[in-house]
Design a protein around this ligand. Sequence first.
Ligand code: AKB
Length: 316
Amino acid sequence: MPSKILIVGACGQIGSELTLALRDIHGDDAVVASDIKSPTSPDLIDGLFEILDATDFENFKTIVSNHNIDTVYMMAAMLSGTAEKFPEKGWDLNMTSLFNVLNLGKEKLVSKIFWPSSIAVFGPTTPKIDTPQQTIMEPTTVYGISKQAGERWCAYYNKRYGVDVRSIRYPGLISYKTPPGGGTTDYAIEIFHEALKSSNYTSFLSKDTVLPMMYMDDAINATISIMDAPAESVKIRSSYNLSSVSFTPEELYSEIKNHIPDFNMSYESDFRQDIADSWPDSIDDSEARSDWGWKHDFDLKMIVKEMLEGVKSLKK
Ligand code: AKB
């Protein structure tokens, strides 16, 4: 049987778009989507799909063996906002799912693994502007602690057991195909839905909160590029800084207003403000650019245009 790719967390924000992109490249029969819940999107229902609890190693092994899986994209995670509400559950899901996939690599049951990290690995003591690849990392969120520990485990499994695991520190990702999933950067998704629905949005982050952000198409390209790169080009085996644009809620609002002049924005910070304040304003991703040729395409103007068109198309 030819070898296949497994996406874990295929119903989520990144997983759903990654599944479609990989099916376009490798063909429908080469990609198995999986999630703890059944898919609702018709695109996912049409292809190979398995119910998989990422915290259950035996469940993983069965699917890997039944489909002759060679490469795993482990995208299941509890994001920053939700993990603050359920700290132990967040830690357990984020770490157990990672260990399961790393152990598949250690037992030589799969040969290549992708695991997502995040700008949440940084904390209030990290330099905020052009945050370097190697720097102070004292995260203050459950999610950030799990991602930082996860990075160290990836580097350890690579060095100690030769596991070919590759990773990216995603900034806030902006996309319209799935609903927002409990992240601190999700205001930058909700805003488009509300701008088109009611012309009003109350941001849960203050108007001048700068955060690194990225359009989903750029994130998918980066993910596929790092996985396609020759192993020797992937020199960092914890996780790579990755960046495209940084902006504030106010800057995003004013760009949307260019398209929807009567759009109104107000601000009411909640517990996610502290999380956002602990993260960098901008990221230095020069090592990703030089090691495996990363470059981004989408700036703020393009993101806003694509998002407004995309959200409108969902309503048709
Ligand atoms: C979140 O806000 O939790 C995520 C992230 C930056 O990893 N979008």
